[in-house]
Design a protein around this ligand. Structure first.
Ligand code: BG6
Length: 488
């Protein structure tokens, strides 16, 4: 039975309060926390955006958003209670005429109570809004600032954001979101690694052959073509989600679960990532864009056709990279990373492929190697493949079968969406699942050198049919090393 410990009363202002993220994720997440009794009824949630509407207009907007995202039976009385803590403040936060004084009056900050400003806006506005908050006396502790990814588009722009924000807020007031860190199965990575003595002695180059991290999506751009075409899969998924998964897989055990202890270990991994230069880039990376195809029985148009522009886009919707973590634990062990849109099916997994037995006792009978598969989504679970003797006569046959730990079979509760956990952590002041400024910059530094290598080597843009397993060049990248992608 899950226990929800109520958080202290808080005030939350969401800039971009009528945007896509608020509608799809933030408001439903807050409503679910309300349904579980975690949010005290004297808290306040204030949406703010340019749209002119009043509190009731915003409650209608939020009601539609929450109803669409709620799987439980809809209870209008509970909704009305939640609606009572919702307010709206129309303002263009970037305009010189923005009336911060009225916002301050509406907010009327309560001494000692967490006051959170969530910037669900374009990253271009982060510094400007942070400065305005500072100038209007809305930046001293316990004020907290939440920044959505992406933090910038490269190392320089990320630094500008971090420095601009740091001029107003202390680092421990800033919560940089990577929503993958709020996923139950991603949090389980730390538990699996550090609450079981079984794995740690094997978690290194002596026992592990290689690691694969896959985040495959069958979805396309979902109306975000403007953003995505300037970004591409490397910036959109690898710079943040995939590198965070890599960090949690490869990091040393932190001294504690405190924000700084975990983040200090993660950054060591990012700094140890092998740069991919122009000589290796053609061999060790693949970039590709999807053409039209069939996804789950439906015809899907090509990436190019989803854009309104006539000009041919060079943006990658798929990326695969072979890299290394240059330290004692992982020296020489490849980490294969891949992500793509419009793939055959959505699945995110981390696969730890162990080495083969050093000597076969069983003559010519092939002995496969052990494999640990951490299925992050969907069908969440962990599978440890072990070899067993297939029963029956007719000679010795060895079969690889999983010890299967399925979340669905073991837990009946609904898994909270990542944003539910992350929002409550902001209220609690727990920074462990958020990215520190130096971490974001280290991830950009690695991505920037890869983009530069792509540019200088004129890395070709390959293609793959929507609904496929990705481009052939990605399988070739594995074949060359005598390995295969895990099919999920
Ligand atoms: C976002 C990316 O950060 O993560 C999207 O911008 C992507 O392009 C999404 O679709 C994937 O998140 P999830 O939780 O659906 O795996």
């Amino acid at each position: 039975m899950a226990k929800f410990v109520p958080v202290d009363p808080f005030d939350l202002v969401i800039f971009g309060g009528t945007g896509d993220l608020s509608r799809r994720k933030l408001l439903p997440a807050l409503f679910h926390r309300w349904l579980d009794g975690q949010i005290p009824s004297n808290s306040r949630i204030i949406g703010s955006a340019r749209t002119n509407m009043d509190d009731n207009g915003y409650r209608d907007f939020a009601r539609a958003a929450c109803k669409a995202a709620t799987r439980e039976d809809w209870d209008e009385t509970v909704w009305q209670d939640f609606a009572n803590i919702l307010f709206y403040y129309p303002m263009d936060a970037t305009s010189a005429d923005a009336d911060w004084t009225s916002l301050r009056t509406k907010l009327d900050p309560v001494e000692g109570r967490p006051c959170i400003f969530y910037l669900a806006t374009s990253p271009r506005l982060y510094v400007q809004i942070a400065e305005a908050l500072g100038q209007n006396g809305l930046s001293s502790d316990p004020v907290r600032l939440v920044l959505e990814k992406p933090i910038g588009t490269d190392l320089n722009s990320a630094r500008e954001i971090n420095e601009g924000v740091a001029a107003v807020f202390a680092e421990n007031q800033v919560y940089r979101i990577d929503h993958y860190l709020g996923k139950e199965t991603v949090q389980n990575l730390m538990v699996l690694r550090f609450a079981n003595t079984l794995f740690e002695p094997l978690w290194n180059r002596n026992a592990i052959d290689h690691v694969q991290i896959t985040v495959a999506e069958n979805l396309g751009l979902e109306g975000r073509a403007d953003y995505y075409d300037k970004s591409g899969a490397l910036r959109d998924m690898v710079q943040n989600h995939i590198l965070q998964l890599l960090c949690l897989t490869a990091m040393e055990p932190p001294g504690s679960t405190s924000g700084d202890d975990i983040r200090t270990e993660k950054i060591k991994v990012l700094r140890a990532l092998a740069p991919i230069d122009e000589k290796e880039v053609l061999q060790n990376t693949v970039r590709a864009q999807y053409t039209s195809g069939l996804v789950e029985g439906e015809v899907v148009q090509s990436y190019q056709d989803t854009l309104s522009a006539d000009e041919a886009s060079e943006t990658e919707t798929y990326v695969a990279v072979k890299t290394f973590v240059n330290n004692w634990r992982w020296a020489g062990i490849p980490f294969y990373l891949r992500t793509g849109k419009r793939m055959a099916k959505s699945h995110s997994d981390i696969v730890i492929q162990f080495k083969e037995a050093p000597h076969s006792l069983f003559g010519d009978t092939p002995v496969p190697a052990n494999r640990l598969v951490m299925r992050l989504q969907p069908d969440e679970g962990v599978q440890l493949y072990v070899q067993i003797k297939e029963p029956g006569p007719g000679g010795l046959r060895i079969k690889s079968l999983p010890l299967n730990l399925s979340y669905a079979e073991n837990f009946t509760l609904r898994y909270p969406d990542a944003y539910e956990r992350l929002l409550m952590d902001v209220v609690r002041g727990n920074l462990s699942l958020f990215m520190r400024a130096d971490e974001v910059e280290a991830a950009w530094a690695w991505v920037d050198q890869l983009i530069e290598a792509w540019n200088t080597s004129s890395a070709p843009l390959d293609s793959y049919a929507a609904g496929s397993e990705g481009p052939t060049s990605s399988s070739v990248l594995m074949d060359r090393d005598g390995r295969k992608w895990w099919q999920g």
